[in-house]
Design a protein around this ligand. Structure first.
Ligand code: RIB
Length: 314
């Protein structure tokens, strides 16, 4: 679809992130003293929606939150990001999703997500947003909400010619019925290992695993596996090419949400009509920008920041 502002619809999670900064994760049975504490908005769905909105897309988010103060925080944040909130359902009987996160001094993170209201998202909620999904350029999905809802949304999007992007995080086995609608899959290394059933110890392994996954996806001219390999870069595998796009070198302070910045940027670039290679380069820069800022949603970069980083690389 050719329009002035690219349209991205995200079906996904909204969480409140409770973040402890500490020298390391505690061992089993151990209590340690942390250095700092933050409360941020998060959830892979909301982060990716915020990234796409900050990068210039017209974004709608389909999701589910509780009627509690955490839900209020997210409502305000959605409004501040100028994301369409019409398809956010508030549940009376269950609390808003939460994530407890430990960030270590090198920026690495460990996360426990308790999805709560996110898991209450139904196919009926998707039906309410059907017109919006049918009119979108890119539908962006993750795995913190029920697969049945994602699959239903993907079916509607595909029927109307949208590009379907699935970020298979957190890792879990996926039915072919969902993968059969997916044009672009964006796993990291551990997600690729789980989904392909093979360990990745070399570039050749990564290509082979990505090929296995691509074989389970919808067969379109767009279909590709975009495998994020952290500091090694991003492997882009299509029907005709396999290319490693190098990572941009930055000093990380918090890696939480880097994958979300990548996916939100990839979706925005694809929705704008960019080809896969330049979309992946743009997404790489967005992911790199995100690790230089503390917090998940706060680290989603603006277009100016991403473009400055891309320019500095040339
Ligand atoms: O990808 C980072 C996100 O994962 C955090 O914001 C947390 O809420 C979990 O969903």
């Amino acid at each position: 679809m050719n329009r002035a502002t690219p349209k991205v619809t995200v079906v996904g999670s909204l969480n409140i992130d409770l973040v402890c900064h500490a020298i390391r994760k505690p061992d089993k049975g151990e209590t340690i003293i942390g250095d700092a504490f933050d409360i941020f908005t998060g959830g892979k769905g909301f982060n990716q929606a915020a990234a796409a909105a900050r990068l210039g897309a017209d974004v709608a988010l389909v999701g589910s939150i509780g009627s509690d103060p955490f839900g209020d925080l997210l409502r305000t944040a959605i409004k501040n990001e100028q994301i369409n909130s019409r398809f956010i359902t508030r549940r009376m009987d269950i609390g808003t999703g939460v994530a407890t996160i430990v960030v270590e001094p090198d920026g690495d993170n460990s996360i426990i997500v308790v999805p709560r209201a996110n898991m209450a998202l139904t196919t009926a909620d998707i039906d309410t947003a059907a017109d919006c999904i049918a009119d979108t350029d890119v539908l962006l999905l993750q795995l913190e909400t029920p697969i049945a809802a994602s699959e239903h949304a993907a079916a509607i999007a595909k029927q109307h010619g949208a590009i379907v992007v699935l970020n298979p995080a957190p890792a879990q086995p996926l039915p072919d019925s969902l993968l059969g609608y997916v044009d672009i899959l964006t796993p990291n290394q551990s997600e690729t290992e789980l989904l392909s059933g093979m360990p990745i110890n070399s570039h050749e392994d990564a290509c082979r695993a990505a090929e296995i996954l691509r074989g389970r996806m919808v067969d379109t001219e767009n279909s590709a596996v975009v495998l994020t390999l952290g500091g090694q870069g991003t492997l882009m595998l299509t029907e005709t090419t396999s290319e490693l796009i190098p990572a941009l070198l930055v000093q990380p302070v918090d890696t939480t949400g880097a994958g979300d910045a990548f996916c939100g940027a990839l979706a925005t670039a694809l929705a704008s009509g960019e080809n896969l290679q330049s979309a992946v380069e743009f997404a790489n820069a967005a992911g790199a920008a995100a690790v230089t800022v503390i917090g998940a949603t706060p680290s989603m970069p603006t277009r100016t920041k991403v473009e400055r980083l891309l320019k500095s690389r040339k």
